[in-house]
Design a binder for this molecule. Structure first.
Ligand SMILES: NC(=O)c1ccc[n+]([C@@H]2O[C@H](COP(=O)([O-])OP(=O)(O)OC[C@H]3O[C@@H](n4cnc5c(N)ncnc54)[C@H](O)[C@@H]3O)[C@@H](O)[C@H]2O)c1
Length: 268
């Protein structure tokens, strides 16, 4: 039985919480949830039968695994707090760790704790991890989404791009994963995970296209190395609750929790 605390109870966090009290109830005890949206947190606590209200600092010492499903800005402080208490942590907002990688890996090693980064909405991390035992030359991610998915992204705001006027497939961004994460913190977490598993955010190339009429989120991963090459294409349905989040990313969070609990771990 592991004790779990969830920070961020939106699209991903609420589904994880529901799985904890249903399909995973023999293996997981959901101790508490925390959300800055007090109303949302209260409603979900009622649904889950959790009476006690916690702050992050109160919850962390009570659990074995902290799950972050909140925001890029919250990811590092949450990971740091969890690791300093010797707890394991699962981070969904992987982009929030990119500039703190060294500090996080050091804390995890010092406290003998684990950091879990789910695959999210892409396929190919298993192959990338195997390939990185040898030499990798190139890793790239090409993402296509409906223009409205990029609404309010800092890059779009800064460049004053009018998404409503885009009539055909348009390349919005071509650069490093590091810059993509800064410009599109809610859209491109997968590029952070890809970078951390591979050749880093300064060397991983990201292209982002806005495609009018596209109803899926399409991610293509291409990897070249001494092993040969990998190409994957994932065509994701967006979540009905949050169109910025792919349904597969929600399933990936649940699958990662199941992997943590499992005695048999398949894949690299
Ligand atoms: N790794 C991936 O592949 C992947 C895929 C999709 C989404 N994400 C990321 O996962 C996170 C959650 O996604 P979602 O679709 O559930 O988002 P959401 O907007 O549906 O829910 C986020 C919730 O977190 C809460 N929150 C924000 N900051 C908080 C803080 N500091 N403390 C506590 N609660 C806080 C919000 O009030 C909201 O209820 C986002 O950062 C998103 O970008 C990652």
């Amino acid at each position: 039985m592991i004790r779990v605390g969830i920070i961020g109870t939106g699209t991903i966090g609420s589904e994880l919480a529901l799985q904890c009290i249903t399909t995973l109830k023999e293996e997981v005890r959901l101790v508490g949830i925390v959300d800055t949206d007090v109303q949302r947190e209260r409603l979900l606590r009622k649904q889950l039968g959790l009476s006690r209200r916690y702050t992050l600092e109160q919850l962390v010492p009570q659990v074995d695994l902290v799950i972050e499903a909140a925001s890029a800005a919250a990811a590092y402080p949450i990971a740091k707090t969890a690791l300093q208490h010797g707890k394991d942590v699962m981070i969904m907002s992987a982009g929030g760790l990119v500039h703190h990688e060294a500090a996080i890996w050091k804390l995890a090693a010092e406290h003998r704790s684990c950091v879990y980064l789910p695959s999210g909405a892409i396929a190919g991390l298993d192959g990338l991890k195997s390939a990185s035992i040898g030499r990798i030359r190139k890793v790239s991610l090409t993402t296509r989404k409906n223009p409205l998915s990029f609404r309010n992204a800092p890059y779009i705001v800064q460049k004053r791009i009018d998404l409503n006027t885009i009539r055909e497939e348009t390349l919005l961004f071509d650069g490093t994963a590091e810059k993509a994460i800064q410009g599109f913190p809610q859209n491109i977490n997968v590029s952070a995970t890809l970078s951390m598993a591979g050749i880093g955010s300064k060397k991983t190339r990201v292209r982002i296209y806005a495609c009018p009429g596209l109803t899926h989120h399409v991610h293509e991963v291409a990897i070249d190395g001494d092993f040969g090459s990998i190409y994957t294409r994932t065509q994701n349905l967006p979540s009905k609750k949050n169109p910025k989040t792919s349904h597969l990313a929600i399933l990936s969070a649940v699958a990662t929790l199941k992997r943590i609990l499992a005695n048999i771990k398949i894949g690299t």
